[in-house]
Design a protein around this ligand. Structure first.
Ligand code: HEM
Length: 405
């Protein structure tokens, strides 16, 4: 029977969810929570179970229509243009639709294209730090962790600097409306403005290709197949939102972890080659995505004695799996030299994060750039007073005030 004995949404829980997750892993690893509409949401907290769910496309799916009966699908009303833009992207689709979209985007989002961004990311980091240096204090989130990924993903796509703020505002208001307090009418307006802007951009790139991701997406072709206009818009919206809702937390949570663990900062300062493993430890220790996006039970399945029924909702708790003591030794220790760090911060299986190479690159550049420039960086407020973002999906700070000499 579902029960709501854990308050998984309160600010106190969000400030430090790890002790509750540790308790759940031992006592209640497949926890049934009841949603306000009566649906059952299963929270899965052990590493091994999380891995199994993420790899199991037979029993779990991302598109709710695949978890409903055929009849329910037929009676379900036609989705609106807004719903299509939000839902018809890879993250919320299943094979074969997902396979097709992922194959097409893989043609555009290549390791070569990402690796080329190295120098540019360094320049953006330095510009943001220069702007902050005049003040003796800074909010790492607003001044550094948020603008960096927004600028990088917009540049990668080919959105000119003058349009970046507006375009990322539109996409956020459409896909993450909770982050803005917009009415349905305002969201509709944003949708129209966003799709008009993109359609003009797609048409321009078809006539005159540029060296950017939008051109590559427009040109991407797999077995005589291409992305249509709606799919292109949906893909760009997904990249814009995933590109900046997550990496901001990688940088914010990572800076906080180092400020609270100065011994680890001293180690990486002495040996900068360790920044690569340090970023992996940042992802494990306090990763940006707390629970995966919603999965639906497609076929009844029994896990650890619980029967998850077709149509139930499943959330795998990545932040818990990444601190599971049966997978990681001393999981509550931030250890940048940790070996065999098979964290799940980027998920697993067919929906494994497309942007992982880009996020890693940004982390490996952004953290050393900040700590090298400000050797005396310190928290300007006790960590216990910091505010964490609400919501089940992400784990990140609202502000991270620091001081430096
Ligand atoms: C540290 C930063 C990031 C983290 C921790 C992260 C984490 C994740 C996770 C956990 C998933 C899988 C969600 C699920 O299975 O429910 C995912 C999927 C995805 N991510 Fe990321 N992400 C990050 C950065 C990025 C960036 C920078 C981009 C794009 C530029 C991106 C694009 C995507 C896309 C498109 C998917 C969907 C893939 C699919 O469904 O096949 N992510 N990410």
């Amino acid at each position: 029977m579902p029960d709501n004995k854990y308050d998984l949404f309160s600010p106190t829980f969000k400030a430090n969810p790890f002790p509750i997750y540790a308790h759940m892993r031992i006592e209640d690893p497949i926890h049934a929570h009841s949603a306000p509409n009566g649906a059952t949401i299963w929270y899965i907290t052990r590493y091994a179970d999380v891995v199994n769910v993420l790899k199991d496309d037979e029993h779990f799916c991302k598109n709710p229509a695949n978890a409903r009966g055929i009849d329910a699908q037929q009676h379900h009303k036609q989705p609106s243009a807004m719903q299509r833009l939000i839902n018809e992207n890879m993250l919320f689709s299943d094979p074969p639709h997902h396979t097709r979209l992922r194959a097409l985007v893989n043609q555009a989002f290549t390791p070569r294209r990402i690796a080329k961004l190295d120098e540019r990311i360094q320049v953006i980091c330095n510009q943001l730090i220069d702007a902050a240096v005049l003040h003796k204090q800074m909010d790492v989130i607003a001044a550094y962790a948020l603008p960096l990924p927004v600028m990088v993903i917009c540049e990668l796509l080919g959105i000119p600097a003058a349009d970046q703020a507006e375009v990322s505002d539109w996409s956020q208001a459409i896909i993450a409306p909770g982050s803005k307090n917009l009415t349905y009418r305002q969201r509709k307006h944003n949708l129209r403005a966003f799709t008009d802007y993109l359609q003009t951009m797609f048409a321009a790139r078809r006539i005159q290709p540029e060296d950017d991701l939008v051109t590559a997406l427009v040109q991407a072709e797999e077995a005589d197949d291409r992305l249509n206009e709606a799919e292109l818009s949906s893909m760009v919206a997904l990249l814009l939102v995933t590109g900046h809702e997550t990496t901001v937390n990688l940088i914010g949570n990572g800076v906080l972890a180092f400020l609270q663990n100065p011994d680890q900062l001293a180690i990486v300062r002495d040996n900068p080659d360790l920044w690569a493993t340090a970023v992996e430890e940042m992802l494990r220790f306090d990763g940006p995505v707390e629970t995966s996006t919603t999965r639906w039970v497609r076929k009844n399945i029994q896990i650890e004695g619980h029967i998850l029924k077709r149509g139930d909702i499943v959330r795998v708790v990545l932040s818990s799996a990444n601190r599971d003591e049966s997978q990681f030794s001393c999981p509550t220790k931030f250890d940048i030299q940790r070996e065999d760090n098979k964290h799940l911060a980027f998920g697993l299986g067919i929906h494994y994060c497309l942007g992982a190479p880009l996020a890693r690159l940004e982390g490996r550049i952004a953290l050393p750039a900040l700590f090298n420039r400000f050797p005396n960086l310190q928290l300007a407020e006790p960590a216990s007073r910091l505010n964490w973002r609400s919501g089940v999906l992400f784990r990140g700070l609202k502000q991270l005030p620091v001081s430096f000499k």
